[in-house]
Design a protein around this ligand. Structure first.
Ligand SMILES: Cc1cc2nc3c(=O)[nH]c(=O)nc-3n(C[C@H](O)[C@H](O)[C@H](O)COP(=O)(O)OP(=O)(O)OC[C@H]3O[C@@H](n4cnc5c(N)ncnc54)[C@H](O)[C@@H]3O)c2cc1C
Length: 386
């Protein structure tokens, strides 16, 4: 289904391909990748300027640009191949009211941009870009809030509501990213409230469910029931989850039952079961399969066939990150499925945590070659032989 590499790398020149090869070859070595992560973190702490080298290498591969405007070339390039862009403003670990308001404004700007441009089908934000992590954690743990914290909570909810209102008015769906399990209840509660308020006619507000969590299938069934009873639509971005090691480490250190699966197959089973549940309820749910996994993407395609749903039905999207799994994105788009890629943008320095995660994710385990690297090598061979 996704193995046409000519299609997958259609927009890559030989030079682009060689650069990608060097990048993935470097980060696929666990020792090199770990050392680079440590050096990058050290350089940030010591304020050593590394922007230029990062910009020319890993940033160029995984990011759109420093602003929406200078991400335009990336947006246009994807759109030429029928792939939409989800503008992802880099906003992690913000720590001031001013920064939180800026993230809200930037998300709203992307919703307006999306209204103008067909190539931008969604907007997205991370809840930790809109308030303090410690506040989300305290609310999730049901602790009493001080009067200052009550105001902070109110401001956080207002920011989310402002974004969701514009999403609804502009008729552009917005994704709420999922984060660590110990703050996620706070996010889930407000996401559900927003869906109930703004998804009366169709899903404009999407929450994200991470299926490495053991409790997410039950949660999915629960919100489906709730939506049916209360007559609103559900929007769900399905992912496996990005904080696996962190979740296991914290549960161990604090001695509580680990909330995530420890066997990869169990995560895969839950993810695929969730796809089936969603497709069965497609009359009230819209989904975005945020995954680089071929089996899950193939399963979703077979489910569309099973339920006689058109490839380009707006309720179903496939999504990958920029610079990853182009074989899925480009091949699916060519067959007429809805595909959009997360295009992270922002100043180089702000993107470093995201880029370190991408490097770590693409590091091969026990010497096995990563998926990205082996595709690049195969395409290089294909070009040479043709
Ligand atoms: C468009 C998009 C949006 C995303 N949004 C979010 C988001 O909001 N929040 C978020 O947390 N992540 C998000 N992610 C990242 C995502 O959660 C995964 O980390 C990433 O996509 C890799 O998973 P995969 O489905 O591509 O499949 P694979 O590469 O097949 O699976 C890798 C994943 O499996 C899980 N896993 C690995 N080892 C084990 C193990 N031993 N036991 C159990 N499970 C294991 C982990 O979740 C790991 O990330 C997003 C990804 C995409 C493409």
């Amino acid at each position: 289904m996704f193995n046409n590499l000519k299609v997958a790398f259609a927009d890559k020149s030989d030079k682009d391909l060689n650069r990608a090869y060097l990048l993935f070859k470097t980060i696929s070595n666990p020792l090199v990748s770990k050392t680079l992560s440590i050096l990058t973190k050290l350089a940030i702490a010591l304020r050593i300027p590394i922007n230029n080298i990062v910009r020319a290498t890993i940033y160029k591969h995984f990011c759109g640009g420093t602003t929406i405007d200078n991400s335009k070339a990336t947006i246009d390039k994807l759109w030429k191949f029928g792939i939409g862009t989800i503008l992802d403003f880099s906003a992690e670990g913000k720590e001031s009211e001013e920064e939180f308001n800026q993230v809200m404004k930037e998300t709203i700007v992307s919703l307006h941009k999306a209204k103008e441009e067909k190539s931008i089908p969604f907007a997205v934000f991370k809840p930790t870009g809109l308030t303090y992590f410690r506040l989300l954690e305290k609310i999730a743990a049901n602790k009493n809030l001080s009067s200052i914290e009550k105001k902070e909570k109110n401001d956080f909810e207002t920011r989310i509501e402002n974004i969701c209102r514009v999403a609804n008015l502009n008729q552009i769906p917005v994704f709420i990213d999922a984060e660590e399990s110990w703050i996620q209840d706070t996010i889930d509660n407000i996401a559900l409230k927003m869906m109930k308020k703004f998804n009366k006619n169709q899903a404009y507000i999407f929450n994200t469910l991470q299926f490495y969590r053991k409790d997410r299938l039950i949660y999915l069934e629960k919100i489906l029931e709730y939506a049916k009873k209360n007559n609103f639509f559900i929007g769900i971005k399905l992912v496996r989850g990005a904080y696996h090691e962190k979740e296991i480490k914290r549960a161990k250190e604090m001695d509580y039952a680990c909330p995530v699966h420890k066997i990869k197959k169990d995560t895969d089973i839950d993810y695929n079961k969730a796809l089936k549940i969603c497709m069965k309820n497609i009359n009230i749910i819209s989904i975005c399969a945020g995954t680089h996994n071929e089996d899950s993407s193939t399963l979703l395609i077979s489910l569309l066939k099973k339920y006689n749903i058109l490839n380009n039905d707006k309720r179903i999207y496939f999504s990958q990150l920029l610079g990853m799994s182009d074989h899925i994105s480009y091949n699916a788009a060519k067959k007429g499925f809805n595909v959009a890629k997360y295009v992270p943008y922002g100043p180089v320095k702000e993107m470093l945590p995201y880029l370190i995660r991408r490097a770590e994710e693409n590091t091969s385990i026990s010497g096995q070659m990563g998926r990205e690297l082996s595709n690049i090598i195969d395409e290089k061979k294909r070009r040479k032989s043709s």
